[in-house]
Design a protein around this ligand. Structure first.
Ligand SMILES: [Cu+2]
Length: 151
C-alpha cells in the first residue's frame, strides 16, 4: 500500500497527540493522586435542607453547593488527619476544588460526592467552584482553615 508522505506524517502526529493526552491523564492520576468521584449515593435535590445526612454536620465536613455559594462558607479541619468531605448540590452542577491540594470533585444535583484527604500543612485554603454554574460562578468560593492538630 502506498501512503503519501504527508498523510503518514499527519497520522504519526495524530498518534503522538493521542499518546500525549493519555499520558497527561496517567500523570494526573498517578502523580497528583487525582481520582474521579467514585462514591455513588443519591439524594433528592429539592429536599437537601431537610435530609438528615446534611442536617447534622459531625466529624466529616458536609457541604451544600448552590448558586453561588458553598454552605458553610468557612470550614475548619485538623491538619495531619484524614478528613472526609460529603457534598451535594441544591440546584445545578458545581465544582469543589480546594486550591493547592488534591481535594477536588464535581458536585452533581441528585448525587452525594465524597472524598477523604489529609492536609499536611496548616493554613487557609481557598475553595472554588470549577464547573461553570451561571452568571455568579466567578464569586462562588469558600474558605478552608486547616488548624494545627491538637495532641
Ligand atoms: Cu458553582
Amino acid at each position: 500500500m502506498n501512503v503519501a508522505f504527508y498523510e503518514k506524517l499527519w497520522m504519526w502526529a495524530a498518534g503522538v497527540l493521542i499518546v500525549a493526552f493519555l499520558a497527561t491523564i496517567a500523570v494526573g492520576v498517578a502523580g497528583s493522586a487525582l481520582q474521579p468521584p467514585s462514591h455513588v449515593e443519591t439524594i433528592d435535590p429539592t429536599k437537601v435542607w431537610t435530609d438528615p445526612r446534611f442536617a447534622h454536620p459531625g466529624a466529616t465536613v458536609v457541604v451544600v453547593a448552590m448558586m453561588y455559594a458553598f454552605m458553610p462558607a468557612e470550614m475548619r479541619v485538623p491538619a495531619g488527619r484524614p478528613v472526609t468531605f460529603r457534598l451535594t448540590s441544591a440546584d445545578v452542577t458545581h465544582g469543589f476544588q480546594i486550591v493547592g491540594t488534591n481535594g477536588n470533585t464535581m458536585v452533581v444535583p441528585g448525587y452525594i460526592s465524597q472524598f477523604t484527604t489529609v492536609f499536611r500543612e496548616p493554613g487557609e485554603y481557598l475553595i472554588v467552584c470549577n464547573e461553570y454554574c451561571g452568571l455568579g460562578h466567578h464569586v462562588m468560593s469558600a474558605k478552608l482553615i486547616v488548624e494545627e492538630a491538637r495532641p
